[in-house]
Design a protein around this ligand. Structure first.
Ligand SMILES: [Zn+2]
Length: 221
């Protein structure tokens, strides 16, 4: 059973947040619109997590506009064991591909003041989020090192490589979250092979099943 605090719940609770939505489409590449892809992956991920016995809270269930503060508030108040925020990405060369996992760096001011407060990433929380990211990367079969494109703060001595898929970077979707959290980017909409692959529901379901397995490993569930 779970070796992680579940706060009285029968099963660990995971928050899944399909980024953007409604009046905020996210990135676009040709006819592909990020908000739709995020929702599709979030729904598959929710199902995969439920299949493993987790409780799941979806922040966005349809094409609606939800402000960042509301998302963070919802994720923080349910006392989740982990938060997974789904974004798709896009870049002009079309050469970058998913998956990509983003972890928010620790906030230095919290360390110096010693007062953890809402909106501050403590070193402890950073380490939990990094562990979550690594367990997901491992389940996806990609490198668990940090990308050399990462923000260097708080990372002295950690192994990194140019092909790694974990990025330690400030991200607007993560900075107000209290539970361990990562941004998960399954694909780049600017990359044809990514889009073609994940146009099949089976490919999305398989990706979701691997991520869910990574979350289960992280929680030793
Ligand atoms: Zn996005």
């Amino acid at each position: 059973m779970a070796a992680f605090p579940t706060l009285g719940k029968a099963n660990p609770l995971i928050v899944v947040d399909a980024a953007h939505g409604g009046s905020d489409p996210g990135v676009k590449a040709g006819s592909e619109v990020e908000k739709n892809w995020n929702l599709r992956f979030a729904q598959a991920l929710g199902k995969a997590l439920e299949d493993l016995g987790f409780e799941v809270v979806q922040i966005r269930k349809k094409d609606e506009t939800i402000p960042l503060e509301k998302r963070a508030q919802a994720a923080n108040t349910v006392q989740a064991s982990a938060v997974l925020v789904i974004h798709a990405d896009c870049e002009w060369t079309g050469s970058r591909s998913g998956p990509m996992i983003v972890v928010e760096p620790p906030n230095q001011s919290a360390e110096s003041s010693g007062i953890p407060r809402w909106g501050v990433i403590t070193p402890y929380q950073y380490r939990l989020s990094m562990k979550l990211g690594r367990d997901i990367a491992q389940a996806l079969g990609v490198g668990t090192e940090l990308s050399t494109l990462s923000d260097g703060r708080g990372l002295a001595g950690e192994p990194n490589s140019a092909t790694a898929r974990i990025f330690c970077l400030p991200h607007q979707s993560l900075r107000y979250l209290v539970p361990p959290a990562v941004v998960l980017t399954p694909l780049f909409l600017s990359r044809g092979p990514d889009v073609r692959k994940y146009s099949a529901d089976e490919a999305v379901a398989e990706f979701a099943a691997r991520v869910a397995r990574g979350v289960a490993n992280y929680l030793q569930y």
